[in-house]
Design a protein around this ligand. Structure first.
Ligand SMILES: [Zn+2]
Length: 354
């Protein structure tokens, strides 16, 4: 199953993961995770019903990681926090992991309210700006041609998805860019020194934050989640031609972090067991590869591959996400030399080699 935010539910247990005994905050509640590090939960109006935000204490207030989606419920929570917890210790800066609406939705709104800088990657802010503009007829036609060229038959349904205002309705404006962060940049926030790790694949320009001291902590964004596998998609909106390779490389890098690292994911509960979770997620993608290798003994379009990957027929926005996932896996296998890609009459088909 894929949620509207683009995360696929992974079957199977997570026996190798350890969940520290931390109470889970109610929506709008802030609870401590460690000294100077707070967990705030925000409601989401989708099947994935919450996002975790993190507040890092520093002199003068809190640095906030991600903002929640631009909904009335989230704004009401920020109103309430502004009059209580944040009245004496306001936000000092906003750090964004990636461009998805549950992460950046209220960045511009909060920036105005607290007059604070927004730090993120150049790619995150560029894509945010692009997605907030209504696409022109020409751009829509190009995007439609992309999916038609990959065999999508319910093309009108895809057109509706591409014209959807979903992103624009969930994100309240473009924040002014503060510092633009690069891989391995270091930022002192209160008692911790955080290292920014660029970890693409799920979202171009995705950043995680890692502090080795006093105890190793990773603010993971959507890169590693405990019970769902982040959507990895190749679509006309993705600047990365091989997002699955980028993603798997980042998983390998994250697996090399301290084994005791407490992972703070954007969805679900904080956990320890980063390398084990990375292995599970990799196995999920290996399973997709195996299904595609079995299916593509004859040339198939990405659309024709969908029934081999998903039991249910994908509709609407889920069709968009499923096409992205299928293409990410097919392109990975093609670049790895296991598949051939042929274009005939503007339609692309994939076939396994030998
Ligand atoms: Zn995301």
């Amino acid at each position: 199953m894929i949620s509207p935010d683009g995360e696929a539910l992974l079957p199977g247990g997570n026996d190798a993961l350890h969940y520290p005994d931390l109470p889970v905050p109610q929506p709008g509640q802030m609870l401590p995770v460690q000294e100077g590090l707070w967990w705030l939960r925000m409601p989401l109006p989708i099947s994935l019903d919450h996002i975790n935000l993190w507040l890092l204490e520093e002199p003068g207030g809190y640095a906030l990681v991600d903002t929640g989606m631009a909904t009335e419920a989230a704004r009401a929570i920020w109103d309430q926090l502004s009059n209580t917890v944040l009245a004496q210790r306001p936000l000092t800066r906003i750090l964004l992991t990636h461009l998805h609406p549950d992460h950046v939705g209220l960045a511009a709104w909060l920036q105005q309210r607290f007059a604070v800088p927004v730090w993120s990657s150049t790619a995150t802010l560029d894509l945010l700006r692009t997605l907030l503009v209504e696409p022109s007829a020409q751009i829509l036609a190009e995007r439609m041609a992309f999916f038609a060229g990959h065999g999508v038959e319910p093309i009108e349904e895809m057109a509706t998805s591409l014209r959807s205002k979903g992103y624009r309705d969930s994100v309240d404006g473009v924040p002014a860019a503060g510092r633009l962060m690069l891989d391995n940049d270091l930022t002192q926030i209160g008692a911790r020194e955080w290292r920014w790790l660029e970890t693409g694949g799920h979202a171009h320009g995705h950043l995680c934050l890692y502090a080795a001291q006093p105890q190793p902590v990773l603010i993971a964004g959507d890169q590693v989640l405990p019970t769902i596998s982040p959507n990895i998609g190749l679509t006309p909106l993705t600047p990365d031609p091989n997002p699955l390779a980028t993603y798997l490389k980042s998983l390998e890098r994250l697996s090399g972090l301290d084994a005791t690292t407490l992972v703070l994911p954007s969805h679900g509960r904080p956990f320890v067991g980063l390398a084990a979770r990375a292995t599970e997620i990799r196995q999920h993608h290996e399973l997709h590869w195996a299904k595609l290798i079995a299916a593509c003994s004859t040339p198939l379009t990405a659309f024709q591959c969908l029934p081999f990957l998903y039991r249910r027929q994908q509709r609407g926005f889920h069709l968009f996400l499923a096409m992205g996932e299928a293409l990410a896996h097919l392109e990975y296998l093609t670049t790895a030399g296991q598949f051939a890609r042929r274009v005939e009459n503007r339609v692309t088909r994939y076939q396994r080699l030998n």
